[in-house]
Write a protein that binds this ligand. Structure first.
Ligand SMILES: [Fe+2]
Ligand SMILES: [Fe+2]
Length: 141
């Protein structure tokens, strides 16, 4: 199963959408490698490649929250932190026990489902807030 980005995931903020598209690409590369039966080393390399972008993306969103006084920042940042811990667990399982069908299913379920529901609720709410603040700031300037 691959997950394609579509307009329904748009938060309305250009850089957020661009980041989310890149995350989908990296998730699909990881799942494709897992489904194709690639070795543990290759899968771990793709996990790292995905993690790096999650860190960069979460940093960008968190910076935007602080810059715009986002009232729900704490809860949103907690979701990001929880996810980073989840993905670390999956990687650890891969490192310890190697690839398995169970791990592929778990990764697919946790990573894809998390991202889709996080974008649909938390990121869309943040995007609306950023747009509102940016609009206000533009009017003042
Ligand atoms: Fe987020
Ligand atoms: Fe996001």
């Amino acid at each position: 199963m691959s997950t394609e980005w579509s307009g329904t995931f748009s938060t309305g903020v250009e850089w957020q959408d661009r980041h989310h598209k890149e995350l989908f690409k990296r998730i699909n590369a990881l799942l494709d490698a897992m489904n194709a039966g690639m070795g543990k080393e290759e899968v771990l390399r793709l996990f790292k490649f995905l993690d790096e972008y999650f860190v960069l993306h979460f940093d960008a969103e968190e910076k935007a929250m602080y810059e715009t006084d986002y009232p729900a920042a704490l809860a949103h940042v907690a979701e990001h932190k929880g996810f980073i811990a989840e993905i670390a667990k999956l990687e650890d399982e891969c490192r310890r026990t190697g690839m398995s069908t169970a791990l592929v299913i778990k990764t697919q379920g946790k990573v894809v489902d998390w991202l889709l529901s996080h974008i649909a609720k938390s990121d869309k709410a943040l995007g609306a807030h950023i747009l509102k603040k940016t609009g206000l700031r533009n009017r003042v300037e």
